[in-house]
Design a protein around this ligand. Structure first.
Ligand code: MN
Length: 728
């Protein structure tokens, strides 16, 4: 077959896949879009060697045949790579195919434009994707179709790209397809991803499933025989099929439950799809079939899943039951009407088809919620992605307002999550709740069916601990936003108090004055200081007392090094001893990479020809320089080292107990020969890690302070940090 024939055949195939209700006019427009795209991608090949146009054709076919989308989507899918890969612009598309198609193509182009390799970029593009999604959900559906085709043809990509694309698919696209109710596509995406990410495991499980199916077919026939009989007697039109679990879902279950393949009992499901009788609600008919089956086989009571009365949030409807078969094995049976089956397989698109005008689906509500989070300017993309995934995977619970309105929340949601779900202000002022008329704390975990009434108070404000128990992105985002606001107010208040004190004491409003306060309280960041003042944990009196004292300078301004100077070029090499004072305009610089202090073994490097930089002998940078510029080495040795201060960093760990930080800082503050520049403590699970930057005169002083700190109770280790550790 020539390329032309191949393309023609693919296009005719697409035409055959279009929805039955596609008008002649629409077919003509689709043809125009195809011809336009074909011309635009002319001569370009995919990696597999096929003409490029076969890709948009395949994506368009998936969009209509497997997702059930209409003409606008088919046209957009045909054009989806035109703007990205050719010279045509979105304006060109708009001029020919109208603004709707243009805006969908624009959304699709932007998404692939920012889909980079690192996580933060992926997260950001994902955020954009959701933003456009809220405007037109077709963008995301076509993107899923695009990804599905790329996954189906992934074999022609280089191996390192295969794994990256596969993991991205598993991380973002499969959950998204699931949320859209595209069950068949979700399953295929997962299986394809697994095939590339864990090829061996995939093959093993795949073969086991096939073997199991062969072994089971006789038993299956025996199982469904009496069911067929009863359904026909009751004049149902139906199909019965056996469905095995997908390779990926079997693997996932084995991983999560830590079980072997043989321990998976719901590997096979029997699916009954019936044509509903006109004179009865579908729900009744589902339960009627349920009753016919349980007349034959006994059901496992705790394994009934009723998604007919309350559909899943992604629109899924069906009645699942598990019954005991003729030889004592469990069979899962899924009962669906034809409509339910179409919704289950094609999801959202089919859902629309059956949805009544003006009715708002769970999915619409979900999209509105996502949009609300995105509208919060403070939510960073990565945080959002994590929260989103959290919400995506969590199972849902359904709870009710006192007036009986249902709200869907993720499993594990608390009364406070519910409060924020209702309204931000209700969340912010929540003090507790009544669940089923009983008073409970706001951290109370809700269960499906709970009726929840929120209690509020004007005096309440969001608390830090709240973040420890809320689970919804919405609550978390609003609590953080409230904190940011409160923090700003406290800081503003703190700045006012501080500035008043400085003015009253007639001190210079310089950073030196501020640094005295920071050092005194061991705070590193001025915003944190203003917060403490704003909260009155540092009072105006405290500031008064501190700033009235004259600043004592503990350090003398210079120290001496002895240089065995090479002299100027052309001179004989003679030894010159020079006492050098260090100041910003002197000839000598202490290397910032290793910060040597008197007592350290040092070496001077005269690289630029003017200044001598003094490094530790062990400094990697010095070693590098010495190796490349041997002639610029200036031998140097400490002569007198009582005089100036040097920066050293010590790191300590220990058991966190109240007051430990202040014990350490008090000890350092009392030490006359040492001054503190910066302090930082972190605690995890009762263990603290502290980093303190100190000004010391020499190694003896430093060793002395290290010893004294290590003798404090609770301190486990104290050591001086070498330059390379200091980075962060
Ligand atoms: Mn594409």
């Amino acid at each position: 077959m020539t390329e032309q024939e191949q393309i023609k055949e693919a296009f005719e195939d697409l035409l055959k896949s279009l929805r039955k209700d596609t008008s002649k006019e629409s077919r003509q427009k689709i043809k125009e879009a195809f011809e336009f795209a074909n011309e635009a991608h002319k001569g370009v090949k995919r990696r597999s060697g096929e003409p490029y146009i076969l890709h948009p054709l395949a994506v368009a076919k998936i969009a209509t045949k497997e997702i059930g989308l209409g003409t606008t989507s088919v046209i957009s899918a045909l054009l989806h790579d035109v703007v990205e890969d050719t010279d045509y612009t979105v304006e060109d598309i708009a001029a020919i195919f109208g603004p709707k198609v243009a805006s969908i193509v624009d959304g699709l182009t932007k998404i692939s434009g920012v889909m980079g390799s690192d996580t933060s970029q992926q997260a950001e593009s994902f955020r954009k994707m959701i933003l456009t999604l809220a405007d037109d959900v077709r963008v995301i559906l076509i993107k899923i179709a695009d990804r599905l085709h790329n996954m189906r043809t992934l074999a022609s990509m280089p191996e390192h790209k295969q794994v990256k694309i596969a993991s991205e698919t598993l991380y973002i696209y499969a959950p998204l397809a699931h949320r859209m109710g595209l069950h068949a596509i979700k399953t295929e995406l997962e299986d394809l991803s697994m095939k590339y990410e864990h090829p061996q495991e995939y093959d093993v499980i795949d073969q086991k499933i096939e073997a199991y199916k062969r072994q089971f077919s006789a038993l299956f026939e025996e199982f469904i025989k009496p069911i067929r009989l009863r359904l026909s007697e009751n004049s149902y039109e139906y199909t019965i099929t056996a469905r095995t679990k997908s390779v990926y879902s079997v693997w996932l279950k084995m991983q999560r439950r830590n079980i072997s393949f043989d321990e998976i009992y719901d590997l096979l499901a029997v699916r009954i799809v019936f044509k509903p009788k006109a004179d009865q609600p579908e729900k009744w008919q589902c339960w009627n079939i349920y009753s016919l089956i349980t007349d034959i086989y006994s059901p496992k009571p705790e394994r009934i899943r009723d998604w007919v009365s309350v559909p899943k949030a992604n629109g899924y409807e069906a009645l699942h039951l598990t019954v005991m078969g003729p030889e004592g094995q469990w069979f899962e049976v899924q009962i669906r009407s034809e409509r339910m089956d179409e919704v289950a397989e094609k999801g959202l698109a089919a859902h629309w088809k059956y949805k009544n005008e003006g009715e708002s689906s769970e999915l619409d509500k979900w999209l509105a919620g996502i949009k609300e989070i995105l509208d919060q300017p403070d939510a960073t993309a990565l945080e959002f992605l994590d929260e989103f995934k959290l919400n995506l995977f969590a199972k849902e619970i359904r709870v009710f307002t006192p007036k009986g309105y249902m709200r869907t929340l993720p499993k594990g949601a608390t009364a406070l999550d519910f409060a924020y779900d209702i309204h931000t202000e209700i969340g912010n002022t929540c003090i507790g709740a009544k669940v089923n008329h009983k008073l409970v704390p706001m951290s109370y975990k809700l269960s499906s069916g709970d009726q929840v009434e929120i209690l509020t108070s004007d005096k309440q404000k969001p608390q830090k601990e709240w973040l420890e128990f809320v689970v919804t992105a919405k609550a978390r985002t609003h609590i953080n936003a409230a904190f940011k606001k409160m923090r700003k107010e406290l800081m503003r208040n703190g700045i006012n108090i501080y500035e008043n004190v400085v003015k009253r004491l007639e001190l210079p409003p310089t950073s030196e004055t501020l640094n005295r306060v920071l050092t005194n309280y061991g705070i590193t960041n001025r915003d944190d200081l203003y917060m403490e003042i704003g909260k009155h944990s540092i009072t105006e009196e405290d500031l008064d007392r501190l700033l009235k004292k004259k600043a004592e300078n503990k350090f003398v301004k210079y120290w001496k090094l002895q240089f065995l100077w090479n002299g100027k070029e052309g001179d004989d090499k003679k030894k010159v001893q020079r006492g050098m004072a260090i100041s910003p305009d002197s000839d000598i610089m202490i290397a910032p990479c290793c910060n040597p202090i008197p007592g350290d073994d040092v070496v001077g490097m005269n690289i630029a020809g003017t200044k001598v930089t003094v490094h530790k002998r062990s400094c990697p940078e010095a070693i590098r320089l010495m190796a490349s510029f041997g002639d610029r080495i200036v031998p140097v040795k400490w002569v007198s080292h009582k005089l100036m201060s040097f920066l050293a960093v010590i790191k300590m760990t220990g058991i966190d107990k109240p007051g430990i930080v202040s014990e350490i800082t008090t000890l350092i503050a009392k030490e006359e020969k040492v001054n503190m520049r910066m302090i930082h403590f972190d605690t995890t699970d009762g263990i603290f890690e502290g980093v303190i930057q100190l000004y010391v005169h020499n190694t003896a002083d430093l060793n002395n302070i290290v010893n004294r700190i290590s003798q404090l109770q609770g301190v486990e280790s104290v050591k001086r940090m070498e330059s390379e550790e200091r980075g962060g």
